[in-house]
Design a protein around this ligand. Structure first.
Ligand code: ADP
Ligand code: ADP
Ligand code: ZN
Length: 213
């Protein structure tokens, strides 16, 4: 099964992806995670990407398209994959179609998670992430058992540099202008599966699995 998780920043894509990995055994491919990992290793890619990420802007299309092209050819994608945070522009979506065509692969469903923007601001400014295993939390909506520590691996929780109010504002604007048109793009291809993204994390997971079967 080949999926795209589409939705504004803070919609719960990463949260749901972690659960979908367990249920369907397919890898999550998050361009955001890949870029942050590159930065942690101080690679040229990571250092360059941070300039854009800190402003809440998108990293250039050709950079993320290159990342995805490489990642999709790795052997763990044979049984399926979940794209989280890619594509984010129509140019990226067209490039993805091209890559998949050449591989003889195709997307089965685009899970489109819908959440209103005032809720997104609350979710993103309260988001915390585990440095060690990448698990996501929220200080109010999904707190860890022990403040500042990960339930799963006891790693340290941190707040992403781009999860401050100013940068979140820019990211939500970028979503409206550049990413939202993808809903239309995939509706025309009959691939959009709209999911109401408010309610408990379990409820939303139930809505997604009801669509995927
Ligand atoms: P969120 O989970 O909040 O939506 P991500 O981790 O997906 O955020 O992305 C963080 C940042 O990484 C984005 O604001 C952007 O700068 C960059 N980025 C991630 N994916 C893409 C992409 N497909 N195209 C361009 N930039 C991207
Ligand atoms: P995305 O990957 O789409 O940017 P995340 O999965 O990282 O979004 O979720 C953003 C924040 O919202 C996290 O702090 C997460 O714990 C929290 N969150 C996720 N799902 C819900 C939900 N259904 N209700 C409230 N908060 C949620
Ligand atoms: Zn952890």
């Amino acid at each position: 099964m080949n999926l795209i998780l589409l939705g504004p920043p803070g919609a719960g894509k990463g949260t749901q992806a972690k659960r979908l990995i367990d249920k369907y055994g397919i890898p999550q491919i998050s361009t955001g995670d890949i870029l942050r990992a590159a930065l942690k290793e101080r690679t040229e890619l990571g250092i360059k990407a941070k300039e854009y990420m800190d402003k809440g802007a998108l990293v250039p299309d050709e950079v993320v398209i290159g990342i995805i092209r490489d990642r999709l050819t790795q052997s763990d994608c044979q049984k399926g994959y979940m794209l989280d945070g890619f594509p984010r522009t129509v140019v990226q979506a067209e490039a993805l179609d091209d890559v998949l065509n050449k591989m003889g692969s195709k997307i089965d469903h685009v899970i489109s998670i819908e959440v209103a923007s005032d809720e997104l601001m609350k979710r993103l400014t309260g988001r915390r992430t585990c440095r060690k295993c990448g698990s996501g939390y929220h200080v109010v909506f999904d707190p860890p058992k022990k403040a500042g520590g990960c339930d799963k691996c006891d790693g340290e929780l941190y707040q992403r540099d781009d999860d401050n109010e100013t940068t979140v504002g820019s990211r939500l604007q970028v979503y409206e202008n550049q990413t939202k048109p993808l809903i239309d793009y995939y509706t025309k291809k009959n691939l959009i599966r709209p999911i109401q993204g408010t309610g408990s994390i379990d409820d939303i997971f139930g809505r997604i699995t009801a669509v995927l079967g």
